[in-house]
Design a protein around this ligand. Sequence first.
Ligand code: FAD
Ligand code: NAD
Length: 466
Amino acid sequence: MNFDYDLFVIGGGSGGVRAARIAASEYHARVGLAEESRMGGTCVIRGCVPKKLMVFASQAKAMAAEARGYGWQTASAGPFDWVMFRHKLDAELTRLEGAYTGGLVAAGVAIHKQRARVHDAHTVELADGQRLTAKHILIAVGGHPQRPGIEGEELGLISDDLFLMEKLPGRVLVVGGGFIACEFATILQGLGAETVLSYRGDAVLRGFDEELRRHATEQLRLVGVDLRLGSTPERLERDGDRTRVIWPDGTDEVYDAVMFATGRVPNTKGLGLAEIGVKLGDNGQIVVDEWSQTSVPSVFAVGDVTDRVNLTPVAIREGHSFADTVFGAKPRKVDHGLVGSAVYLRPHEVATIGLTEEEAAQKGPHEVFVASFRAMRSLFAGSDARSMMKLLVDAQTRKVTGCHIFGPEAGEMIQLVAISIGMGATKADFDAAIAVHPTLAEELVTMRRPTRYIGGAHPDKTVGSA
Ligand SMILES: Cc1cc2nc3c(=O)[nH]c(=O)nc-3n(C[C@H](O)[C@H](O)[C@H](O)COP(=O)(O)OP(=O)(O)OC[C@H]3O[C@@H](n4cnc5c(N)ncnc54)[C@H](O)[C@@H]3O)c2cc1C
Ligand SMILES: NC(=O)c1ccc[n+]([C@@H]2O[C@H](COP(=O)([O-])OP(=O)(O)OC[C@H]3O[C@@H](n4cnc5c(N)ncnc54)[C@H](O)[C@@H]3O)[C@@H](O)[C@H]2O)c1
């Protein structure tokens, strides 16, 4: 059968763009791609990139405070010009959107700037009614924010809205305790908003190493985020141009803005997937095998729509591996087991890779090395910010199985730790590295004595066990 394309990609975000570009430029496939919004997707337009630029903007007051601690007596961040920042941000996102589009065009990908859905196992239907056939279809449509299902929730903002605000709120409530809630609470607080974070659990960042999340929770409070743990709004009401929040105990408060960061759901609604036999999971995610292949052999899916590990580099790796496997005759799977990540908080970043202490304890005897201290730089400036570093070492194999950091540039550090852990480095390998002094990272190669033993009897009977 003759197809219009070898590959049709639905979604021009991190995963879709990479797959389309590699299939077309490296393997000379005939590729079409439909994007209904701005090229680049969540990460570029309403995620990682604008978020990180806002993180940078929100650090100015803390940097001025630190400068005063170093003798720059009148250092001050001065007033923040949100309108000017937003214009610069818009221009930067337009530049990046152009670069993504340019990369696809240069690779020979045919771009369809409209919504697409699947019609059958080899046909997509565009919003204008046009039907195009392809030997393979790749679904890379990402996800969208989910509100919590409470009365008046439409009055609340979602993360997409934060980049488009006309003005900054004076007083804001952020609901949720995951990546997005913590990052935006930090950003808004740093930009000058009185910020309340309400989370139903007892420490933010569920799923992270327990000690790390307790440390991050305490430090978030220290930078001035008003943390309300064990609480979540019951309903919202309009109050003039502000929003009234009613709490479960009947009390209420008024905010300039309420932001929900209560999770994301895959964009599978209305795509026609179930109709052609593509299996979906409980959350609407596309169920795929280790090759990102769905239950319909010609249809593949990568990125957030599969709800595996919802991070940009993972979507990119899945897209690239798909193109290598299907068009390059180089079968490649993605190992989702060892993925580093960072949460961009203040006073410091959270970064993590590998097993948490709780997971390690389930796997067997482990040594836990923990250091908690005030870094030289912030200590001198008079800040109470505390760093934390933790290594988990398998007592049997001596391999480092997990690393968790709360510290300045923790994201940068974990990227390098990821290489050593990926190579199977042992604690002895870490110890063999001569420290670079004075740095924060030297702590990772100078932790000598285990803080505790977990996961059962240590193979060396002369040491303690949990
Ligand atoms: C606020 C925020 C901050 C984040 N920060 C980070 C971070 O710091 N680091 C990190 O690694 N990850 C971060 N992420 C996660 C990251 O953005 C996602 O994991 C990543 O973008 C997923 O890529 P994707 O290709 O699966 O989907 P997306 O990037 O979401 O792309 C999907 C694209 O498909 C398009 N589309 C959807 N349906 C259709 C259709 N029917 N027809 C045509 N087009 C369609 C959409 O318009 C979109 O452009 C963040 C996410 C958010 C929301
Ligand atoms: N720095 C980064 O790498 C980064 C940054 C942002 C987002 N992301 C990615 O995007 C994903 C989505 O982020 P997210 O923060 O939206 O999701 P999340 O799953 O990390 O957090 C959702 C939070 O909302 C809470 N919640 C859910 N339903 C609720 C309800 N009904 N009422 C009250 N609270 C409720 C959950 O308990 C949780 O704390 C992340 O898992 C991550 O993969 C990554």
